[in-house]
Design a protein around this ligand. Structure first.
Ligand SMILES: C[S@@+](CC[C@H](N)C(=O)[O-])C[C@H]1O[C@@H](n2cnc3c(N)ncnc32)[C@H](O)[C@@H]1O
Length: 286
């Protein structure tokens, strides 16, 4: 379903080893600061202890991997695994500059890669697990990365209806562009928004003791401090929706940009542009 789903949505948008990775990298600080509150909540839920070994799957630029390395201390270890070579190179560079010695980054497809340091005590992922073309075997591979009794803590976006930061953008785009109907569960940010589906994936992979916490809050579009103009540019250039808007041409793009600026003006305060968001923070035992 995954591949065809992507085509139906017209999105080459989730080619993380290529264009999507480059796009995330080009706005790395803004993406990371936008989802920082969710990262902090997930790290708090995980409550890593000294000496634990942790794999951070789909680690991107490695912000969360560095936090984990801090939490587990010198006797513990954090491995960041990501499919994008450019993001892995950047994550390595940032960790070296931070002087961390208990951290390593590896490039690989988490659906099939098995890091040499496996099995780990813990597995972490902030929004890195929603892009597998074949999620069932991929989740079975994640389970194999853990020792028996090991635990996962993962963040997944909740339903789009509860995520105005994305829903409002889509509403505006659809007024100007004929967007193909989204295919449920196709790879993408909202692929794992259904609780029952996630439970099935985890149970089929051999996980138990599955718990869901709901994170509900505002997130700053383009990061704290962005004004409406720069938040709209961030959404149109940095986010995967840029692929949807491209076929419309320059005129439609300018109109959508203007509409986004209007929307963000009415959701702006001294800290930047706030839009509501909802994510699942899921934990389970291997
Ligand atoms: C939305 S970004 C999140 C990045 C990072 N976890 C963060 O929160 O800053 C998704 C990340 O998952 C990675 N990713 C996607 N599919 C992957 C796969 N099959 N194996 C490993 N990494 C993958 C992407 O390259 C990207 O870095």
């Amino acid at each position: 379903m995954g591949d065809s789903g992507d085509k139906q949505e017209g999105l080459a948008a989730h080619d993380w080893a290529g264009e999507a990775g480059t796009r995330w990298l080009s706005q790395l600080d803004r993406f990371e600061s936008m989802i920082e509150p969710i990262g902090k909540a997930l790290l708090e839920q995980a409550a890593y202890k000294t000496s634990e070994t942790v794999v951070d799957v789909g680690c991107g630029g490695g912000w969360t991997t560095r936090q984990i390395a801090d939490m587990v201390g010198k006797t513990g270890f954090a491995l960041g695994l990501d499919i994008s070579p450019d993001l892995v190179a950047t994550a390595r560079d940032r960790a070296t500059r931070a002087g961390l010695t208990n951290i390593r980054f590896e490039q690989g497809d988490a659906a099939m890669a098995m890091p040499a340091d496996a099995p780990f005590d813990r597995l972490f992922s902030r929004f890195g697990l929603m892009f597998f073309p074949q999620p069932y075997p991929a989740f079975a591979n994640l389970r194999r990365m853990l020792r028996k009794g090991g635990r996962i803590d993962i963040a997944l976006w909740g339903p789009i209806a509860k995520n105005p930061w994305q829903r409002t953008i889509m509403r505006i785009i659809k007024e100007h562009i004929d967007v193909p109907k989204p295919v449920p569960r196709a790879p993408g940010p909202f692929a794992m928004s259904e609780q029952e589906y996630v439970i099935d994936l985890l149970q089929c992979a051999g996980f138990s003791d599955i718990k869901f916490n709901e994170w509900i809050g505002d997130q700053h579009m383009g990061g704290p401090g962005s004004d409406p103009e720069s938040a709209a540019s961030f959404a149109l250039n940095g986010m995967h929706i840029s692929e949807l808007v491209r076929p419309g041409g320059d005129e439609i793009r300018t109109t959508i940009h203007r509409r986004l600026v209007e929307l963000y003006k009415s959701n702006c305060d001294d800290d930047g542009v706030r839009m509501g968001a909802m994510a699942w923070l899921v934990s389970a035992r291997a």
